[in-house]
Design a protein around this ligand. Sequence first.
Ligand code: BG6
Length: 503
Amino acid sequence: MTDSKAAQAGRNAPQSQPERTPVPPFDLVIFGASGDLALRKLYPAVAHRDNEGVLPPESRVIAMVHQASHRETLPGRIATRLEQEGLDHATIERFMARITILQADAHDPGSFAALAELLHLSRRIPAIYLSTAPDLFVPICRNLAAKGLLAGEARVILEKPIGRDLASAKAINDAVAEVIPESRTYRIDHYLGKETVQNLLVLRFANTLFERSWSSRDIDHVQITVAETVGLEARAGYYDKVGALRDMVQNHVLQLLCLFASEPPNQLEADAVRDEKLRVLRALRPITGGDVLRQTVRGQYIAGSIDGQAVPGYADELGQASETETFVALRCEVDTWRWAGVPFYLRTGKRLGARSSEIVVVFKPVPHSIFSNVVPEALEPNRLVLRLQPNDGLQLHMTMKVPGSGRLKLVPRTLDLRYDTAFGFRTPDAYERLLTDVIRGDQTLFMRRDEVEAAWTWVDPILAGWHDQGARPHRYTAGSWGPSQAIGLIERDGRSWVDPEGE
Ligand code: BG6
């Protein structure tokens, strides 16, 4: 093979991502260790990294449970979960040997003694993950601090949502700041760890092609859809008090919007990236008063079917009537020079037609068509779709000529780049990257305090508007794309939703 051919082959060959600096030895302490998130995401994430040989042998996972009975049952549940992930027996055994289970009550300082003893003897970096309800963040942090466990290199990881409005988020942030500095506080939003989301920065700032068109000059509008097929799952206690606006929009959806709409950071450094995201949050035009009902739609699913399976409505799953929204659609605008006049349509919901999340960028139509006598008469504008899941990757929809020497005919066709086929290896779950980022001390993909508070500042008037104007959720059938009012929200502007394809 010639040198240039060899270089070409090397460029196209499947490659796994090289590891960065080695992960230093750590003690990952998980509060809420028998909860849904820990079982579904956290143990599998650490076990996958373990399987890849990235974790130092002496690193441990300390699982903090609230109920004594969980000390006996948790190991079996973790092992079963890891089997579902397809991890082999030897990996599961090695990972299980890292786990110590301790019992503690967030409100009882005495119950933190065993943890203190374990951590004080350790020279590893303590990373303390609060995978609990936000009202336990402060008592847990205070008890950790009282035992001296937040000193030195300790990091605290706070799961979203931080609070339920601006006031409660500030109270949590203030109390946490009293015991641990911002530089060691990691507010996790796992959407920032998704490959397509990280790739947004690369797509925009490592290529010239798109960034030149990334503004109101070329873009007509942007749609962000985060659609789920799951319903309440086993989370009734949490979800019914929260609803889709707080659970998904305040954090995940707004973070996607921020990375999409930000100005270029001057370097890939945590505060440079976060400063730019913050500017977008601050530029979001407030939705207040009468605009709340005009620019937002609340929905709640009723019984329907998903993938041919009948599923119950939200109230039936919950066991009682409820006015919590399981769907939100919003029309918003970013008041900056770059985005003036470009609407962003956001929607997210449970029990929708497919599990699918994507950002759809709809470009402006051609200014003058020379194809007016050709079929079809109206050309479809270009569309760039950034797919987060499933099948993460990107698609560029274009208009092409049908080959042949007959009459000119135009059709839409798609350039489709899927990461799994382009790179040829497993896409890691977001938590895999984020957890090792914490240990390495990299805050780029974590939300800073001011970002969280700016997001609540924008969300609070919507919550208030719904409350004050008695906005009850519109019902939608499970398996659909939300209430008809959400369709009306975008069609009023002469546009329509692009429904994702799903799995
Ligand atoms: C969580 C929400 O943050 O994200 C859940 O609390 C939601 O309600 C989940 O189901 C969705 O995450 P993913 O990665 O499955 O899209």
